[in-house]
Design a protein around this ligand. Structure first.
Ligand SMILES: [Mg+2]
Length: 220
């Protein structure tokens, strides 16, 4: 069941990128398969040792702005991650119905803003394959505000930059921690994504209602 969205009360739509409009399987492939392989080769480790090392390193700073920072990881691992990501950019793909949903928001004159924790270089690489910039009034990366979406300071900065009213704003994101932060800040309509990675199982988005299929939102 998709939630019923109260479109007449919504003026601003804030959309996450990875796992929301784009299939998270690209990012999971990059961080969990490709990078462990490249790191193992570079440091003469087994794939298992490399995976263990990376998983532990990721866990230490999960949810912090650095965790999303390509420059930080490039420095830590001594691998040019922007270059590595760019080499596989053809694998970047939309989630089903995302383009129709973006076109619908444009037709309905909703102020649509991309709000991602991804590093500006990751955003740039994803744009090369998808060109979704045409559907947005603004593309923002939390790196420009100095806080990730998990923190209240992020939302204060975003609001003073973009001047939206939380009372008539819809926000869609595949992270429960981030939805919780947005709700706490006062964003009225917050929804999750039931299957951020199309190669993995459906996730539990409780206490947020989940969007299964964007196309059903368009036909409302
Ligand atoms: Mg996401």
């Amino acid at each position: 069941m998709n939630p019923i969205i109260d479109w007449k009360n919504i003026e601003t739509v804030l959309l996450d990128m990875d796992g929301t409009i784009l299939d998270l399987s690209f990012d999971n492939y990059f961080w969990r398969e490709l990078l462990p392989k490249v790191y193992a080769e570079k440091n003469t480790l087994s794939l298992e040792q490399s995976r263990l090392h990376l998983t532990r390193s990721y866990a230490k700073i999960e949810g912090k702005l650095q965790w999303y920072c390509l420059d930080f990881w490039s420095e830590q691992l001594q691998i040019n991650l922007a270059e590595l990501k760019d080499s596989v950019r053809e694998k970047v793909a939309y989630r089903p119905g995302a383009v129709d949903f973006l076109a619908f928001l444009q037709r309905e004159n909703k102020k649509t803003i991309l709000v991602t924790n991804a590093h500006p270089k990751s955003l740039e690489i994803k744009l090369l394959t998808t060109n979704f910039n045409q559907y947005f009034a603004a593309l923002t990366s939390s790196h420009e505000y100095g806080y990730p979406k998990e923190e209240q300071d992020y939302w204060k900065k975003l609001q003073s930059h973009l001047e939206f009213n939380p009372e008539n704003t819809l926000f869609i994101d595949d992270s429960i921690a981030i939805l919780t932060a947005a709700k706490k800040y006062g964003i009225k309509y917050c929804y999750g994504i039931s299957q951020p990675d199309l190669k993995q199982d459906i996730i539990n988005t409780h206490p947020f209602e989940a969007i299964h299929d964007f196309s059903s939102l368009v036909s409302q």
